[in-house]
Design a protein around this ligand. Sequence first.
Ligand code: FAD
Ligand code: SF4
Length: 470
Amino acid sequence: MAQNVYQFIDVKRIDPPKRSLTERTIEFVEIYQPLSATQAAGQADRCLDCGNPYCEWKCPVHNYIPQWLKLANEGRIVEAAELSHKTNSLPEVCGRVCPQDRLCEGACTLNEGFGAVTIGSIEKYITDKAFEMGWRPDLSAVVKTDRKVAVVGAGPAGLACADVLVRNGVTPVVFDRYPEIGGLLTFGIPPFKLEKDVLKLRRQIFSEMGIEFRLNTTVGVDVSFDSLLEEYDAVFLALGTYTPMKGGLVNEEAPGVYEALPFLIGNVNNLMGWQTEHPFVSMADKTVVVLGGGDTAMDCVRTSIRQGAAKVSCAYRRDEANMPGSRKEVQNAREEGVEFLFNLQPLGIELNDAGQVCGVRVVTTELGAPDAKGRRSPQPVPGSEQVLPADAVIIAFGFQPSPPKWLIDQGVALDSKGRVLASEQSPYALQTNQQKIFAGGDMVLGSDLVVTAIAQGRKAAEGILDYLQV
Ligand code: FAD
Ligand code: SF4
C-alpha cells in the first residue's frame, strides 16, 4: 500500500484529540473529536498490508480492514463505506465503542513496538464522512420476496439481523419495548462514548432501507409471541441480558444503593426527554462509590462525575491488570477525576441512624491461584476490613440472562445459566431447538460486546435465509 514501507516509523500513531477536561467533566458529549481528512489518510497509510491480516481475524465480524484502510488513504470514502458495510451493520458504532486494544488493534502487527494502526477511529471516520457526503446503502438491485421475519429486540444483534435480511429481499419487522432503537447502545452506553444522534441517523437509514420498527411494544405484553409465530415466517430473538447480578451484600437494598443500568438509563432519559420505567437519580454533591470493574462500572463513575458528584471512587476486588473494563475507558475515567481502589472486596453497606447509606464495608484481597478460566480469584486478608465513606453506592456486578416466561413456555432450550441454546453450527445458524425460532447476541452469549452481538445477528440472518430458502 504505502510507497514508503517505513511510513509507520515516520508517521507515529495518533489517537483522535479528546475534548478539554473542563468540558468532559460537565458535558454528556463524545469525548473524542473526529480525525481530520489528512489525519485519517495519514494514519490509514501506516498499515503495512502485512499479507496475513491478524486484525481481520481478531475482528468478530471479520472486517476487510487493510482494504478499507487503503481506500481511506486514497480518499475513496464512499467505496470504503460500501466495503465496510459488507461485513458490519453498524461500523460507526463499532469504531466508537469496540475495545480495539483487545480486538483488531491488539492484533495489528505494528502493535509490537510501533503503535497499532488506529483502526477503530478510521472505521468511524469512513462511515461518518460517507453519511455526511450523502451516501446511503443502495438496495435498488434487491429482489423483494414475500417473506417476513419478526425481530424481537432493536439492540445491535436485532438490528444486524434486520440489516442482512432486508438486503436479501426479506422484510424485517423489529419490535422493541423502548421508544428508540439501539438497545444498550441507546439505553446503557452513555453519550460521552456514543452520542444518541448516531442511532437516530441509523434509524432513519434503516427505515429508508425498508426495515419496519414497532417501538414502545413489549412482546409478551402488547403483542403475544404466539401471534408473531403465526404471522411471520420466522422469529429472531435478541432480547439481551437484563437481570443484575447481586453481590449478597448486607443492606444491598437500602435507600441510596442503586443498580447500574437503571441509573444509566434514568440519566439518558433525563437528557433526551424519554420515558421508561427508570427514574432520574442525580449524584450531584454526593460521595459516590461504584462497585465493579467492567465497562458498566466505568460508565457509572464517569456519569456521576458529569452529574457533579463531590467525589467518585471505583472499588474493585482484583488488581488493575485483572480488570475486565476497557483500558482506554479506565484511563479516561482517571483523567476525569475518578479514584480507583483495587483489591477491595465489598462486604456490606453501612447505614446511619436515619437508615441512609453512609459507607461501604470492604476487606482487602490478595489474588489466589488461577481458576479454570485462568483468572486468579481474590482471597480476603483477615483483619483488613475498613469502611469507605459514601452517601451513594452504585452496584455494577454485571448481568445474567433474563429469559421471559413466554420463551420458556415455547419450549426453547436454555443452558444452566439461562442462556438460549443456539449454535452457529446448527443445521441453520443460530436456530434454537424450535425450528421457526432463532436467537443471538447477549441472550445466547451472555453479556458480551456490541460487535459480537452484531456478528451473531448477521449470522442468524444467514441461518434464517437458508431456512426460508431465499
Ligand atoms: P441489547 O443491546 O441489550 O438489546 C436488547 C433489546 O431487546 C433492548 O432494546 C430491549 O429493550 C429489547 N427487549 C427485551 N425484551 C423485550 C421484549 N419482551 N419485547 C420487546 N423488546 C424487548 N459493549 C462494547 O462493545 N463496548 C462498550 O463500550 C460497552 N459498554 C457497555 C456499557 C453498559 C452500561 C452495558 C450494560 C453494556 C455495554 N457493552 C459494551 C455491552 C453491549 O452493550 C452489549 O453486549 C450489546 O448491546 C448486546 O446486544 P444485544 O442486541 O444482544 O442486546
Ligand atoms: Fe475493530 Fe471492532 Fe471495527 Fe472490528 S468492528 S475492526 S474489532 S473496531
